[in-house]
Design a protein around this ligand. Sequence first.
Ligand SMILES: Cc1cc2nc3c(=O)[nH]c(=O)nc-3n(C[C@H](O)[C@H](O)[C@H](O)COP(=O)(O)OP(=O)(O)OC[C@H]3O[C@@H](n4cnc5c(N)ncnc54)[C@H](O)[C@@H]3O)c2cc1C
Length: 311
Amino acid sequence: MQHSSLVPPVQTAAVRIQTLKVGPVAGRLRGILGLYLKPKTLDEAISVLASSGGQILAGGTDFYPALGERLPQGNVVDISGLGEIRGIVTDEHHIRIGGLTTWMEVIQSPLPPCFDALKAAARSVGSVQIQNRGTVAGNLCNASPAADGVPPLLALDAEVELSSSIAQRRMPLTQFIIGNRKTARQPGEILTGVMIPRQLENAPSAFLKLGARRYLVISISMVAVVVQSDGGRVSDARVAVGSCSATARRLVALEKDLVGKPAAAGLASSVRPEHLSPLAPIDDVRATAEYRRDASLTLIRRALEACVGRQ
Ligand SMILES: Cc1cc2nc3c(=O)[nH]c(=O)nc-3n(C[C@H](O)[C@H](O)[C@H](O)COP(=O)(O)OP(=O)(O)OC[C@H]3O[C@@H](n4cnc5c(N)ncnc54)[C@H](O)[C@@H]3O)c2cc1C
């Protein structure tokens, strides 16, 4: 573990407070603001989180809007300088998306067909400016029910890697996101990678998102589908739906029912409303629960047809 000195390249108000002579105002502000720290290596980041604690800041596209008019409480550990956890690499069994990889890097990386859904989701995250800053890991750690990255990664059986001063552990994404903005991440853990098994890498995939308008929109429903076929029949199918429950859900009964069906136009007719029973959509300003259920059914059918149209 390295213990080099942490010199934040950007002097924020929080850091400047440390240099003020101790007076009643500086003392009060220090208590409220904490430190802004920008480690240069993963080891430094892990060590700083273990010793001083703090909130992790990556692209900041969820972090800052969540603050509203408030200032961050406590220390902020800006991990945006950790080049070693940025980018996408392939090994024998997995494709690994580093914990600081942005949506734009996902869009621009050459990836096999099973990633078409994730790429489509990446293109739908906010705008180009947001895609340039926002990271895949930030999307997962923020754990919004409407996070566009979650259904495609659930459909790919993704696992997350969490690194801390105590250990490095891996867990399936299904176990990592445990509720509306709740994850199994422990304080001091950095999400350092997302691992996707390569079994279905050549299977076509599709992502469809319905919102009140085309761009810069939070979804009413979104669907990610992967369909593998063998000898003209579906041999494996993955269907995940977001924005229709506290956490995005895989529709396991539907996936089982699709196996063995002809991988051809008409596959959508296998999807019945009962297949959506694991979902628990709510009424809110964006749509009613009933509309969400109906829209999801249509999106699933269209996504399946899009996949078999490319077999
Ligand atoms: C205008 C606008 C439009 C948007 N549109 C969409 C959209 O269409 N779809 C969508 O899904 N999202 C959207 N977002 C949300 C956001 O852009 C994404 O969720 C993005 O992927 C967040 O990544 P980030 O790096 O900016 O995370 P940050 O804001 O830096 O962090 C988010 C949370 O994750 C934690 N965190 C970040 N990285 C790590 C890590 N490696 N390890 C541990 N914890 C970490 C932070 O502590 C924080 O709690 C939008 C945001 C804005 C401002």
